[in-house]
Design a protein around this ligand. Structure first.
Ligand code: SF4
Length: 449
């Protein structure tokens, strides 16, 4: 049950001493109720009240950290059912899947794809972060594969309910911040003890959603709460329903037993149908996979899925922006012209692609335009002649190139006169209205074919 600010206020001594960092006890209480301040920040609330409030004001879904160092990532911590209500918090991670009975050729291909598929999209590194390693019969090979995952800098996820295999996997999982998908209703205490002893995130499975609930309760009772929940592989319909019910139970039904991130084995649900696998992975990006396991993550699968994930897991209240600075293309040199655009990520993405395609060495300068598109930024007063002229003068672009050709987006041709007046040393040119026309425009401007 959510706690109201007034209930918390009643527990404070009403001293308004500001030691908690807030001007009044009431302000502090409202922030604790909203989940943006820790109840422990007030030294005067009794330990008993702190304990009850900490439990009551904890987020409905736990944030679970996996990986270590460069691979560290967070799962869960979600507070809303739908992105438009606020924002989703932790993007789902993609995993490729291998097992100890797979052929060396199949395994090599999967690992090669993991290395190959690594690219930048709007400032975010795109790659499959996790590798699921299933134990079937050979413990040594199983551990070898987990080590191989570590060597390529990904997070290993060991999948086995076999005690010997789980124990063999534990040290490498502990070292890498890996995951052990091993617990069920029957072995809950044993696997909870193993996970706790090695500080490993434990995956919990059940034959049905009721069974899963019992298994989570048993693991929690055994003292371990770093968990992820397996939504099951019986059927697509059931896995989807479980994913939605688990999220709804945690967020709407306030059932903390289900307040954990999830893992979805779409590789098993798709049963060898690659198109179906991508369709299911898309579905679980939207509803509510935290780790999405696929047979393999090659470019054909990665491009649509990573793009979808990035679009869904950005804050809809914040524009997607790129850093305002000078960008260089095609080995820009001291003869290269200068294009200017806004810091809206999609504008940058589209124009940078076309400049690269032109093969003309060029600079692209991006001032702070509020993260809006060209016309919106102009209409909002964020992309006017002063913004552009100030950035040209302060960014150091005049030292990088002797060319004094400055190309404005065609959509703000109206700015040409004002910019020219503010930058008399530059020749201010109106560029194309569409990015697609940029390669031809640049080649004609510079004479570079
Ligand atoms: S530290 Fe406690 S008593 Fe002091 S202002 Fe904050 S809530 Fe009130």
């Amino acid at each position: 049950m959510a706690v109201k600010g007034l209930d918390i206020f009643k527990m404070t001594p009403k001293k308004n001493c500001k030691e908690c960092g807030f001007p009044t006890c009431m302000a502090f209480s409202m922030k604790v109720a909203a989940g943006t301040a820790e109840v422990g920040a007030c030294p005067y609330i009794s330990d008993e009240n702190k304990a009850s409030l900490s439990e009551a004001t904890a987020p409905p879904m736990k944030s679970i950290k996996i990986g270590k160092g460069a691979t560290e990532a967070t799962l869960g911590g979600e507070t809303v059912m739908f992105r438009h209500e606020k924002t989703y918090v932790s993007k789902p991670l993609f995993a490729a899947a291998v097992s100890d009975v797979d052929s060396p050729e199949k395994i090599d291909k999967i690992f090669q794809d993991l290395k190959d598929v690594y690219y930048d999209r709007i400032g975010e590194d795109m790659f499959a972060e996790v590798v699921s390693v299933r134990f079937v019969e050979d413990v040594n090979r199983f551990v070898e594969l987990l080590n191989r995952v570590k060597e390529i800098g990904r997070i290993p996820m060991a999948v086995t309910e076999n005690k010997e295999a789980a124990e063999a996997a534990a040290p490498i999982l502990a070292e890498t911040g890996g995951i052990l998908v091993a617990a069920n209703k029957e072995n809950a205490a044993e696997m909870a003890a193993l996970a706790q002893a090695n500080d490993i995130v434990l995956g919990v499975s059940g034959a049905s959603i009721e069974d899963l609930h019992d298994a989570v309760e048993a693991v929690e009772k055994a003292g371990w709460k770093k968990l992820i929940l397996n939504v099951g592989t019986k059927s697509i319909k059931e896995a989807y329903r479980n994913a939605v019910d688990i999220r709804a139970a945690a967020l709407k039904g306030e059932d903390r037993t289900f307040g954990y991130p999830s893992v979805v084995f779409v590789n098993e649900l798709a049963d060898g149908n690659e198109q179906m696998e991508v369709a299911l992975a898309s579905m679980f990006v939207l509803r509510y996979g935290s780790i999405i396991v696929m047979t393999d993550v090659d470019y054909a699968k990665a491009l649509p899925l990573f793009g979808l994930r990035q679009n869904i897991y950005t804050d809809p209240q914040k524009p997607m922006r790129v850093e305002p600075k000078i960008y260089e293309f095609n080995k820009a040199d001291d003869e290269s012209p200068v294009l200017v655009t806004v810091d809206f990520a999609l504008s940058y993405f589209v124009i940078s692609g076309e400049i690269e395609r032109s093969k003309v060495p060029s600079y692209l300068i991006i001032p702070d335009a509020g993260g809006y598109s060209v016309l919106t930024a102009w209409a909002a007063g964020k992309f006017g002649s002063s913004t552009i002229a100030d950035f040209v003068q302060s960014s150091g672009i005049a030292e990088k190139t002797k060319s004094r050709k400055l190309i404005l987006p065609g959509k703000v041709a109206v700015l040409q006169g004002d910019v020219q007046e503010k930058l008399p040393d530059w020749e201010v040119i109106v560029g194309p209205t569409e990015a697609l026309q940029v390669p031809k425009f640049l080649r004609e401007l510079t004479g570079i074919a």
